[in-house]
Design a protein around this ligand. Sequence first.
Ligand code: MN
Length: 453
Amino acid sequence: MSHSIPLNATHNPRARSWLESANQIDCDFPIQNLPFAVFRRRGAAEQFRGGVAIGDQIIDLAALARSDLFGATAGAAHAGAAQAAAGIRAGALPSLNALMQLGSQVLSAVRDALFESLLTGSPLQSGLQHCLVAQRDAEFSLPAQIGDYTDFYTSIYHATAVGRMLRPDQPLLPNYEWVPIGYHGRSSSIGVSQQCFRRPIGQRLPPGAGQPVVGPSRRLDYELELGVFVGEGNAAGAPIPMADAEAHVFGMCLLNDWSARDLQAWEYQPLGPFLAKNFATTVSPWIITLEALAPFRVPFVRPEGAPAPLPYLDSPGNRDAGAIDIRLEALIQSATMRERSEPPHCLSSTSYRHAFWTIGQLITHHTVNGCNLRAGDLLGTGTQSGPTPAEAGSLLELSRGGSRTIQIGANEFRTFLEDGDSVILRGWCEKSGAVRIGFGSAEGKVIEGSSPV
Ligand code: MN
């Protein structure tokens, strides 16, 4: 059984909205996208609530729930109306966990209902117009209460490049091609785009030194990743098979796993990342559903010579369409560039299609031991680096371990991040025969650390 979502009317590339900004070429949020976030009017004394992006606007799900536009009166006309109404009521809350837990059928019913009501000529246009808030007037919060956060390591190109710096003779450890490597991260320091954090302080071992020193990290880095929000959870002891895995995914966002490489190098053995990564993680406000991503699925292909996954991590659907062609890029803007109004500098770009493990495999592997995932849990894909060095998703790789400087502006160079630097992640999907959809952006800034301990 194929587990990828088939294309339907909501993917029609000719569909247009009565909201003109949604029909602009290069708009991130056309009627075929409809991603979710949690927002309120900036600075207003009002509750955060769920919203859906369309063009340059947000459909306020709390206002929509109050309007009863998809309630009793619409019930007769719409087969999925009861499910859609339940989903919209759940989406009106200050976090999306309740909507996430309702599962992929309800999510799809909400998408159908919103799509129909946004189409040119919809009789619901005037009612829905009263539920719009301009994105430029909004501020965002984390879209969910994230109970648990797991970060994986799904790019074999990243794993090999980093491994080569540590172990030139054996860059890739023998387990990599068999088990999706991950670690349990920390959810308390995950922030939404515009997150600002202090340079972390910690222990590092200076080259040639006999003992470590403590102080601000000198090798602060970003990691270009995608996040996967879990939808309906599973009971403890009830693993999710590959055929069902994607039905437990709510959607995807951009994720920057900020990393202090000098702290990491000293602390990572034998239990893996700890203080080098748990001081800040930045996600984009918008969560793109797997249904919106359906036109951009591509076959799951591994580099030549790599073994096939074990049977529990394999399925026909995963082979046919387990991967997704999500274009990704990372940009940097220094304090000087901001002062001079210089645009951000693009550090690298790649695609999520190169990942060695798919979303379905991450969900299935995470639960194979009986571990229970809960609605709102966040999985990181790990740094996404493509096959060539120019497609690397971190400064560690782009600077060859800090041995090479990168020009980012007229007179500015970097090996690692400096105070005042912003990193901006962007993502989008495009191909002929489909309407381009975007992820928006995830932006974060590092500022000077507090005084050394
Ligand atoms: Mn990471």
